[in-house]
Design a protein around this ligand. Structure first.
Ligand code: 9KV
Length: 233
């Protein structure tokens, strides 16, 4: 049985990232809202744009707490945020769906998402992703570290100083690897499975513009922030 040792730096990094992840999250009122009422596709589209807008603002606050992020080149900080915002949103959505809920609530939530206005072709890959995240039963620290690793992806478009991002990401990857051994000692491949989800996440996020364009509403209205982040309008 491998003895897991965390350096003082790693303990500090874990604490800072977990605290920030807990602090900077929009209240899960979207699930409450979705469970309360069946909305029209127009209302759902508006709800999505509202949730996404606040999610991006929360993501910016979260990244400010990632040690070293604010020392990166300013334009690279923007490139990393722009490149990870949709993925971070799908990760948060997966966690929202996989949260422990009273009996029958998850089924209602799934039904409401199926009927929200998203076109059929994207429902399957999206729910496959949500299920594959749910099966991992990630602890909170792993969710926080996975989101951080997604943000610190060196090969996002327009990143100039990739090695600087790689150095930050490597520290978080090291920490996540140890956390996986600590929390899932029976599954030596758990860390690899976790990173595999990031590939699935990138593929899913690749379709985000089409998902929005094909939403069954007449008028696709976005906030200025979302136009920036979502490459729409
Ligand atoms: O509000 C939401 N997600 C919040 C984001 C911020 C963090 C909390 C969750 C939406 C709602 C879906 C139904 C209609 C209203 C919006 N949502 C989705 C998404 C489906 C498609 C999505 C998307 C993203 C980008 C681009 C194109 C499409 S997100 N999956 C969910 C799983 C569980 C609970 C909500 C979920």
């Amino acid at each position: 049985k491998e003895k897991i040792e965390f350096t003082t730096e790693q303990q500090a990094l874990m604490r800072v990232i977990t605290d920030a992840y807990n602090k900077h999250q929009i209240p899960q009122d979207v699930t409450k809202k979705l469970l309360q009422d069946q909305y029209s596709t127009e209302e759902n589209f508006l709800l999505l744009t509202e949730m996404a807008t606040s999610q991006v603002q929360v993501l910016v606050e979260f990244t400010k707490n990632i040690p070293g992020f604010l020392s990166l080149d300013r334009e690279d900080q923007i490139a990393l945020l722009k490149g990870s915002a949709v993925e971070a949103m799908f990760l948060r959505s997966a966690q929202a769906l996989n949260k422990k809920m009273p009996i029958g609530h998850t089924e209602v939530l799934e039904e409401r998402i199926h009927k929200s206005g998203i076109s059929e072709e994207f429902i399957k890959p999206m729910f496959n992703f949500y299920k594959s995240i749910g099966e991992l039963h990630m602890v909170l620290e792993e969710q926080a570290l996975l989101t951080t690793i997604t943000i610190l992806t060196p090969d996002r478009p327009y990143v100039k100083d990739q090695p600087a991002v790689e150095r930050l990401q490597e520290n978080v990857l090291d920490l996540l690897r140890k956390m996986c051994v600590l929390h899932h000692p029976q599954e030596p491949q758990y860390f690899a499975r976790l990173l595999g989800r990031l590939t699935e996440l990138r593929t899913l996020s690749h379709y985000h513009a089409e998902m929005l364009a094909s939403w069954k509403v007449n008028n696709h209205k976005f906030t200025p922030l979302l136009c920036e982040i979502w490459d729409v309008q």
